[in-house]
Ligand binder design. Structure first.
Ligand code: C2E
Ligand code: MG
Ligand code: MG
Length: 513
């Protein structure tokens, strides 16, 4: 068929002439390393513009034949599948709307009869539902899904996470499978967000009793990580390309990876998304005054609460100023101050540029307060807010304590000096190595005479030396199988790194101090 011809009626012609065929891509069991099922994917004639399904869908839209085209693909997949000896499980794509329209035109039982007419067992068929968000009639869809399940047909949600998928649909129809969109299964070793997303989906899948299929697996390191995350199934070019005769085995390369015992090096999975967030900041829940409150009221409050170092001036719940106790009381004690200013508004004696600290402020933003030459905020304290609203007061001493604790906690995940994984990820990795039963080598690197080095050249040079040692370690390690960590923290001022890896990769555990 010529590509230059007008598009009108072309899809119709392709369908009538039987020029559309399905190819079948293996879906692998990632734990057993065998083919679990195949997905049917439609193809137009080779060497034409219409080989690719996206082009076919575009034609279908132009010709107003979406439903006919989808049903044609379904017939084609079933008819080809029914002709294979011992065909196994088949995943076929169908949009939710096509499913509903077909059942309203032909009746719910028609799909089940159709499947049987091609010699395919309903329990071997999984319908991959696409374009879920366009399901206008959720109630009918839920009933249809229930009916199909009762006939032995399973459902899968396709391309989950691509922006057209819905968690609501997942929770309502509880499909047997959810296929994770390839966007989230890529570069898992480098993109912590993707790893965390897959991990989160796995938790949801456990709650709903759903099996996950990772789509688009192209690299060995992603495959190893997905296997280690205990994902049930995977699909992608690495495991097998779509072919006209379904492959009975996965590729040798992927089988080798799934079989070996080498564990994947994961980015810091357990690390809090914002480890530097200030937590546990002790807040003094002190009363605040309005800008027009008289000075006599401020004085009474300070008299009644001898421990209060300051008072916040608050207007519409928002702090606008702060009155320092020592400064205020020493002025109040001067001669005739009470008589002259006692009834006047307190705003005259307030500091209108107090330091405000949000409850979930990033510790890095606060380091300036601690390190600045101007120690005013440390001495005078600060006002604590939640979304800009007054919560209470804080002292410099409490701030130092909270920042220190936040830094220590963050250092347990990643060392602030080298950014290498800290104690928690190191322990998790060692635990995974032990659980896997694989042989591994641990290597410990220790910088000798480091204290005299620091004394002689200063801490700045000492830090440089530690960073250099970390970079050297990383340069000579293989990031796919060697884990390099850094034990201890800057605050404790002792630091050493751990490197663990697979014996075959000649890696070892190292600690530097
Ligand atoms: P899909 O259902 O998500 O199918 C997976 C797509 O990802 C396929 O593209 C497949 O060839 C491709 N793929 C598989 N492994 C990899 C990989 O490792 N890397 C990359 N980059 N891609 C990979 P294809 O065949 O072009 O199909 C595109 C979409 O067209 C399908 O996405 C599906 O939504 C639709 N489609 C294909 N065949 C049918 C069909 O028979 N019926 C219906 N209703 N839709 C179909
Ligand atoms: Mg699909
Ligand atoms: Mg898909």
């Amino acid at each position: 068929m010529s590509d230059n011809k007008s598009n009108k009626g072309q899809l119709q012609q392709l369908m009538s002439a039987g020029l559309l065929n399905c190819v079948f891509q293996p879906i692998s069991d990632l734990q057993a390393g065998v083919v679990f099922a195949h997905e049917a994917l439609i193809r137009g004639p080779k060497d034409t513009n219409f080989h690719n399904p996206d082009k076919l869908f575009k034609l279908a839209e132009e010709e107003g034949l979406i439903l006919e085209f989808e049903l044609h693909c379904l017939h084609q997949a079933l008819s080809q599948w029914g002709q294979f000896p011992e065909p196994g499980r088949l995943f076929v794509n169908l949009s939710a709307n096509a499913l509903l329209q077909a059942s309203s035109i032909h009746g719910s039982a028609s799909l089940v009869n159709l499947i049987r007419s091609y010699g395919v067992l309903p329990r071997m068929l999984i319908l991959e539902i696409t374009e879920h968000e366009r399901t206008s009639d959720m109630d009918r869809f839920r009933k249809e899904a229930h009916y199909l399940n009762s006939e032995g047909i399973s459902l899968a949600l396709d391309d989950f996470g691509d922006g057209r998928s819905s968690l609501k649909l997942w929770s309502e129809i509880k499909p047997a499978f959810v296929k994770i969109d390839k966007y989230f299964t890529k570069e898992l070793g480098n993109r912590t967000e993707n790893l965390q997303m897959v991990h989160a989906l796995k938790c949801i899948a456990e709650v709903f009793g759903t099996q996950l299929v990772a789509e688009g697996i192209e690299s060995g390191s992603d495959l190893r990580i997905l296997r280690d995350l205990q994902l049930a199934y995977g699909q992608g070019y690495l495991l097998g390309y779509p072919t006209s005769v379904p492959a009975r085995t996965i590729t040798a390369e992927s089988a080798k990876i799934l079989k070996d015992k080498q564990i994947a090096v994961l980015p810091h999975l357990q690390q809090n998304a914002r480890p530097n967030i200030l937590r546990g900041l002790k807040v003094i829940k002190a009363r605040a005054v309005s800008p027009n409150a008289p000075n006599s009221e401020v004085e009474s409050l300070f008299q009644a609460c001898p421990d209060l170092h300051a008072l916040a001036v608050v207007e519409d719940e928002r702090p606008i100023a702060m009155i320092n106790r020592d400064q205020f009381m020493s002025q109040y004690a001067t001669m005739y101050f009470r008589e002259l200013n006692g009834r006047r508004p307190c705003k005259k004696f307030a500091n209108y540029s107090p330091r405000l600290i949000e409850l979930n402020e990033d510790v890095d933003n606060l380091l300036g307060i601690l390190t600045s030459e101007d120690q005013r905020y440390l001495i005078e304290g600060f006002i604590v807010t939640d979304n800009g609203r007054y919560v209470g007061l804080g002292t410099g001493e409490q701030l130092v304590r909270a920042v220190t604790e936040a830094r220590i906690e963050a250092a347990r995940h990643a060392n602030p000096l080298t950014s290498l994984p800290g104690n928690i990820p190191i322990s998790l990795h060692i635990q995974r190595l032990l659980n896997s039963g694989t042989e591994f080598v641990a290597c410990y690197i220790d910088l000798n005479h480091f204290k005299p080095f620091n004394d002689q050249y200063g801490y700045w040079r000492g830090d440089e030396m530690i960073r250099l040692a970390a970079q050297t370690c990383l340069r000579y390690c293989d990031s796919c199988c060697d884990f390099v960590g850094h034990v201890g923290g800057m605050i404790l001022s002792f630091c050493f790194r751990v490197l663990t890896g697979n014996l075959a990769a000649n890696a070892s555990l190292m600690i530097l101090r």
